[in-house]
Every structure is written in structure tokens, then in C-alpha cells.
Design a protein around this ligand. Structure first.
Ligand SMILES: *Cc1c(COP(=O)(O)O)cnc(C)c1O
Length: 498
């Protein structure tokens, strides 16, 4: 949840035109009203205010599902009053989650033999899944160090600097040092060689990403596994791998089955995936699967005794809704392997249409890869007079929400725009978006540069004598870069990508 500040102004109120049919007094904005209002009024007021939110279907910033079939909407609404944690009261819902875990474990090629059986659970999203997986690694590492009589107070985790913010959260909340492999221009994922170099005895795991948030690229988990196997055999540390497959976990198995990234690799001990991304369910579901029971230390499991039945759980929260779990089961059986494959292929084809359209303008460098999450990340070839943030801002006028952001260290000087292709983003929309981007570019070309304009005004106002020597091109370029850097820094504080 976003942190909301309490407001001291108590006279602020919410006005609504149509609700006046039901009630004439305005509502205090930040204080609970003294009196009740009719239900129709409450509905009207809220509905009217929400009208100004963006259209989720046009939100190209997000991987999270914005469309499901009406039959599934119906199932979700019917389950909206079911608390997922009441497993004894809702045994069928619990059974559906078990089936989902099993199906996903199979999809990720978990070894399911007599001695090795995968284990997993549903979560609120990949973030919770990653907290749980991280905790399991931390505890296993601590147990190992204690057994060996070594200190276990300085755990670390090795990732690329491109990790999603939830890894930073895990590191800060659970006191694990995050050791990030830096990126470089033209290479925006974790370099496996450098990652393995950074591994030491206190490394609880190396986290690889299947589908980097920044450009959709799959990290080379196979190479990482092979290098780490070698290092482990030299050091005896046995450092494991976690794969953050938040977006790629429901893509690779269907359209890139030949890529080895999952439990086929011996060091991959756990994998998370967001059910609400390419699992095709609305926001609120993720999954985490461990290779075997041994990979999830028993002491982290809570046994809830619900009316006599023992239910092992591993979760950060207690109560939550059931609808998303039911919806995930719906998608898995409704679509089957065939259906997911078709949808992912279609997304990939639409991404190609968009990528080729953008390439044809001749104005962009494409920084996403053809193999990866279906998205297109692109930078302006020439951003000396107008940049990616302006393109993003101007696209809003056409209703498109396209984020612009700067890359993490050491590629901070690269700014990209990113369009995520979801199931509900059709080819027609892709073509239309290219058209609108062309219009925006055309308008920008005819607009004076905001930055050089500002510099000129500043210069006029400045006290330096009018006849100072003309600035060299290099000096001007430096000033422009400085000004943009500030602009981007300010933007970054507001512009999150999810
Ligand atoms: C989206 C994402 C997350 C966070 O997942 P949520 O399901 O939104 O909590 C973590 N890692 C990666 C790579 C992601 O793309």
C-alpha cells in the first residue's frame, strides 16, 4: 500500500454533481462523515471520481493482467467473500491451490520422484514469493554456517543491478546485503561471470531474472548454473540459485521450451512467478516453488490447526481473498498448454509489429531482445533537443501510458521507453501506437527544445555581460546534459515502473 499522509485541513470536501439527487451536503474529504448517506449517493460519488483514473487497458507500463473472460469474472465475484486462509471451511479452494502448485511445478520441470518432491504455495504476488524464497535461503545458509561453527551474521545475495525493487526490499527488511553486478551500455542484464566472481562464503543465493523488468531480456541461467557448479566444486560452498521468473515463468515454457532456466538445472532451488502477469490473472496472485522439501527449512513452516486439521502454511500475511487462486485455476484448465502457447505467440507477434514499426521510423534504438518477455524497450537515437520523457508525456494526450525511465548503474545515462505487450493489446493497437508515436515525433521536431529554450532564458537573465564570447558546442552540450540529468532525477522520484 502506498503510504498516505494524514492531512490537517479538515474543511476540504468532496463535491459531486449527480449525487445531489440523493444528498445535498458535501462530504469531508479526509474525515469520516458524521452521518450516513444513501448507497446510491456513495456509489455515484466514488464512480464519478474514479472516472479520472487512466484506462487500465491502455496502461502499457504494466505487466499485470487487465482483461479476463466474463466467465472468470463471474467466478471471481462469486468467491469475493471467501477468506483463503479458512482452509477447513473452504477445502475445495485449498485443493485448487494445490493443483495450481502442482501444474506450475510440472511446467518448471521440478523433479518429481519418490525422494524428491517439489513444494510450493500461492502468494499475493512475486514480491511475497521472493520474500519467502529469500527467507528460506537465508535460513538454510544460517543453519549450514552454524553447523560448521562459522559466523552467520553477514549474509549477502548476488543479483544484477537490474533487479526489481522487491529484491531491495527483501534485502533491507530481512537484513541481507545486496551485492549488485553493475550493468553497462548495451548490456542490461546480470553478467553471469561477474556474478559468480562476487559470490563468497556468505552468499545465500544468486538471483537470476527470467525476463528483466527493464528490457524483458532473459538472463543466462544455464551459464550461471554451470559457472557456479564449477565454483562450488572448488570451494565447497554449495551456493544455490533462485530464478525470479515473475514475468518469464509463464512465457518461456510455452514458446522457448529449449531454453534451460528452470529445475532442469541442478542449482536452481526455487522459482517465483507472478500469476497476475503472464499467468493471466488480475492483480493479487503469485507462486513460489521449491525444488524439494529440503530446500524449505521446516522451521519456517507454520502449522495451523484449523478445527482439527493440520494445515502447513508459509506466508507473510494471514487473511486474503480466494478469487485470484480460483481464477488462476480457471486459466490453467481453460487455456491449457495450447491456449497459453497461442496467447504468448500472439503477444510476441504483436511485439514484433511494434518493434518493426518503431525501427521503420529510423528514430529509435531497440534495447529489448527478440527472445524474452513480449515488450519493446526503445531509446531515441538523438535526444539532444527532445528526449524520451517528452515523448512519454506527449503520448498521454492520445491516451497511451508509456513509461520512460533511466537504466540502473552503470548505464544511468541511457533512458528508455517501454511498451509491455499483454494479451489484450491487439495488432491494431500496436499499429495505432506507432502512428501516434510518429505524430508525437513530428510535433516535437517542430517545437523548440525545452532545454535549450530554458538555457537561453537563463542566459538572458544572467548578469554576465551581453558580449561574452559565444559558448562552444561542447559547453552547450554539457549544460544540456546537466539540465536533463536534473530533470530526469526529479522525474525518477515520481516515475515507477512495475
Ligand atoms: C513484477 C516483478 C516483480 C514483482 O512482482 P509482483 O508480482 O508485482 O509482486 C519481481 N521481479 C520481477 C522480475 C518482476 O518483473
Amino acid at each position: 500500500m502506498v503510504l498516505s499522509n494524514a492531512v490537517s485541513r479538515s474543511d476540504d470536501s468532496v463535491q459531486s454533481t449527480f449525487a445531489s439527487r440523493y444528498c445535498r451536503t458535501s462530504l469531508p474529504r479526509y474525515k469520516m462523515p458524521e452521518d450516513s448517506i444513501p448507497k446510491e449517493a456513495a456509489y455515484q460519488i466514488i464512480n464519478d471520481e474514479l472516472m479520472l483514473d487512466g484506462n487500465p487497458r491502455l496502461n502499457l507500463a504494466s505487466f499485470v493482467t487487465t482483461w479476463m473472460e466474463p466467465e472468470c469474472d463471474k467466478l471471481m465475484m462469486a468467491a469475493i467473500n471467501k477468506n483463503y486462509v479458512d482452509m477447513d471451511e473452504y477445502p475445495v479452494t485449498t485443493e485448487l491451490q494445490n493443483r495450481c502448485v502442482n501444474m506450475i511445478a510440472h511446467l518448471f520441470n521440478a523433479p518429481l520422484t519418490e525422494t524428491e518432491t517439489a513444494i510450493g504455495c500461492g502468494t499475493v504476488g512475486s514480491s511475497e514469493a521472493i520474500m519467502l524464497a529469500g527467507l528460506a535461503f537465508k535460513r538454510r545458509w544460517q543453519n549450514k554456517m552454524r553447523e560448521q561453527g562459522k559466523p552467520c551474521d553477514k549474509p549477502n545475495i548476488v543479483t544484477g543491478a537490474n533487479v526489481q525493487v522487491c529484491w531491495e526490499k527483501f534485502a533491507r527488511y530481512f537484513e541481507v546485503e545486496l551485492k549488485e553486478v553493475k550493468l553497462r551500455e548495451g548490456y542490461y542484464v546480470m553478467d553471469p561471470e561477474k556474478a559468480v566472481e562476487m559470490v563468497d562464503e556468505n552468499t545465500i543465493c544468486v538471483a537470476a531474472i527470467l525476463g528483466s523488468t527493464l528490457n524483458g531480456e532473459f538472463e543466462d541461467v544455464k551459464r550461471l548454473n554451470d559457472l557456479l557448479v564449477e565454483k562450488n566444486s572448488q570451494t565447497g560452498w554449495n551456493t544455490p540459485i533462485h530464478v525470479d521468473a515473475a514475468s518469464g515463468g509463464f512465457i518461456a515454457p510455452f514458446i522457448y521450451p529449449e531454453i534451460e532456466w528452470d529445475f532442469r538445472l541442478p542449482l536452481v532451488k526455487s522459482i517465483n512467478v507472478s500469476g497476475h502477469k503472464y499467468g493471466l490473472v488480475y492483480a493479487g496472485v503469485g507462486w513460489v516453488i521449491w525444488r524439494t522439501k529440503e530446500d524449505l527449512p521446516e522451521e519456517l513452516i507454520f502449522h495451523i490447526n484449523y478445527l482439527g486439521a493440520d494445515q502447513p502454511t508459509f506466508t507473510l500475511n494471514f487473511s486474503k481473498g480466494s478469487s485470484q487462486i480460483i481464477a488462476q485455476y480457471y486459466q490453467l484448465i481453460r487455456l491449457g498448454f495450447e491456449g497459453y502457447k497461442n496467447i504468448m505467440e500472439n503477444c510476441q507477434e504483436n511485439a514484433t509489429v511494434l518493434r518493426e514499426g518503431l525501427e521503420k521510423t529510423g528514430r529509435f534504438d531497440i534495447v529489448s531482445k527478440e527472445i524474452g518477455v513480449p515488450l519493446v524497450a526503445f531509446s531515441l537515437k538523438d535526444s539532444s533537443s527532445h528526449n524520451e520523457f517528452e515523448v512519454a508525456e506527449m503520448l498521454r494526450r492520445f491516451g497511451w501510458i508509456v513509461p520512460a525511465y533511466t537504466m540502473p548503474a552503470d548505464a544511468e545515462h541511457i533512458t528508455v521507453l517501454r511498451v509491455v505487450i499483454r494479451e489484450d493489446f491487439s495488432r491494431a493497437l500496436a499499429e495505432r501506437l506507432v502512428n501516434d508515436i510518429e505524430k508525437v515525433l513530428h510535433e516535437l521536431d517542430n517545437m523548440p527544445s525545452m532545454i535549450t529554450g530554458k538555457l537561453a532564458i537563463a542566459e538572458e537573465k544572467s548578469e554576465t555581460p551581453k558580449h561574452h564570447p559565444k559558448k562552444t558546442d561542447l559547453e552547450v552540450q554539457r549544460e544540456i546534459t546537466e539540465a536533463w540529468k536534473k530533470f530526469v532525477e526529479d522525474k525518477k522520484k515520481r516515475n515507477g515502473v512495475c
